[in-house]
Design a protein around this ligand. Structure first.
Ligand code: ADP
Length: 406
């Protein structure tokens, strides 16, 4: 068996898991990891929480380390010591996969990490100032633990979108923007790709032959138009702020609003950043939460702004799906994934209701029946509608396994 460690380092949390995979053949269904861990760093304070789960143990502790590298080191220690121990020592780890948010134009697929790749990830921090440095810190933490001989692989969230046609990725600003790297990149690519492959598998079709719109609806939300096995259009752009309305991000708005706020209300860069990334979206409109569940509750109690937030969310989701379907020139299946896509039946119903003219018809019973990796379209629907549990960590582990085989 091959032990593959996956590290998914974000701005305020770090998730990791260890898979034990056969040498010869990858399982069709995602296997249960041997060990799963997560650190949550609270906003501006001490007392990060570490949670670890194995088949036999659950462990929780408040970390005293103080620095993030120390916290990460403690997390990794639980792999080979204490009650959550699943390997004898770090030497048992044969390869490590990292989710890296921004791979820029150069990285069109996952890549073995070399000093050159690290330099590129660092350079691209210019475009992903929170995420790429966190990813790099994760890579360095593992290098310190395992030495540089153990292969590490970077799996990029932008890679699946790297074949967008120019018409889809060039912004209609000055042409010089392109030389400065200001173009559309797209994100959530690991999830969109996993869901597209899984959809083809569920449909019993060749991925290269199906036209899909994949809807990744979590805290961040984006759509991808998938044709010929790649993303040919997507809603996120230069940053993960473009496109759909999200938990606390605005998604696309008239850029004239920014000019207005700077001119009339003296908005600074930091205030604009905070407003658009943290104080907008479901949170900004509802005034309740960036999380859809309390918004549903408030709607039940007659809260008008909660209802408005959901209405805008669905209105924009419909518009986005329509645009993606047109980029594809037709639609074989619509795929919902991530927290909202997998769990919020009313959002799926709201989106599909408007797509009847494209031949989309939901089976309401199936939609409400907590579907997972299942088709929820009515029998006579011209377009299949799938709910797929996204498995980004598993997708990263598969990439690592394939790199080892090469
Ligand atoms: P992230 O993008 O941070 O990984 P998730 O994919 O976990 O986020 O999605 C978070 C979103 O999913 C939140 O808006 C949350 O309310 C929503 N969500 C999770 N479970 C449910 C549920 N049972 N019903 C409705 N929404 C849900």
């Amino acid at each position: 068996m091959v032990k593959v460690l996956v590290l998914n380092a974000g701005s305020s949390s770090q998730k990791s898991c260890l898979y034990d995979l056969p040498h010869t053949r990858l399982p069709q269904e995602p296997p249960q990891p041997l060990w799963e861990a997560q650190i949550d760093w609270p906003h501006g304070g001490d007392g990060a929480k570490l949670k670890v789960k194995t088949a036999h143990h659950r462990h929780e502790e408040t970390l005293q380390g103080g620095s993030r590298p120390e916290d990460s080191a403690r997390m990794l220690e639980t792999l080979y010591s204490g009650a959550t121990r699943v390997i004898a020592d770090p030497g048992a780890i044969e390869t490590v996969g990292h989710r890296v948010v921004h791979g820029g134009e150069a990285y069109r697929e996952s890549t073995r990490i070399t000093p050159e790749v690290k330099a590129a990830i660092e350079r691209l921090a210019l475009f992903a100032p929170v995420h790429n440095p966190a990813n790099l810190a994760g890579i360095e933490a593992l290098e310190a633990l395992l030495g540089s001989q153990v292969p590490q692989v970077a799996v990029f969230d932008t890679a699946f979108h790297s074949r967008l046609p120019a018409a889809a990725y060039v912004y209609p600003g000055p042409y010089e923007w392109l030389d400065q790297g200001i173009r559309r990149y797209g994100f959530h690519g690991i999830s969109h790709r996993y869901c597209a492959e899984r959809a083809a598998q569920i449909l019993g079709r060749d991925l290269a032959q199906v036209r899909l719109v994949t809807c990744h609806l979590g805290n961040g939300c984006s759509l991808a138009a998938v044709r010929g096995g790649f993303s040919v259009d997507t809603t996120m752009g230069f940053t993960p702020l473009e496109g759909l309305m999200m938990g606390s991000r605005s998604g696309s708005i008239d850029p004239g609003i920014l000019i207005h706020l700077m001119r009339q209300a003296d908005y600074t860069v930091d205030k604009l950043d905070h407003t658009l990334n943290q104080a907008s979206g479901l949170e900004g409109v509802s005034g309740i939460s960036n999380d859809l569940r309390p918004i549903f509750k408030a709607i039940d109690q007659g809260h008008a702004r909660a209802k408005l937030a959901l209405d805008i969310y669905i209105h924009r989701l419909r518009a986005g799906i329509g645009a993606m379907a047109v980029s594809l020139g037709g639609l074989d299946a619509l795929v919902f994934t991530a927290g909202i896509g997998e769990n919020a039946a009313p959002v799926r119903a709201g989106a599909c209701e408007a797509l009847g003219f494209l031949g989309v018809a939901l089976d309401p019973q199936k939609n409400n029946d907590r579907p997972r990796d299942a088709d929820i379209a009515a029998a006579d629907s011209a377009v299949r509608v799938l709910v797929i549990h996204t498995q980004e960590d598993w997708a990263i582990a598969r990439e690592c396994w394939q790199h080892l085989r090469r």
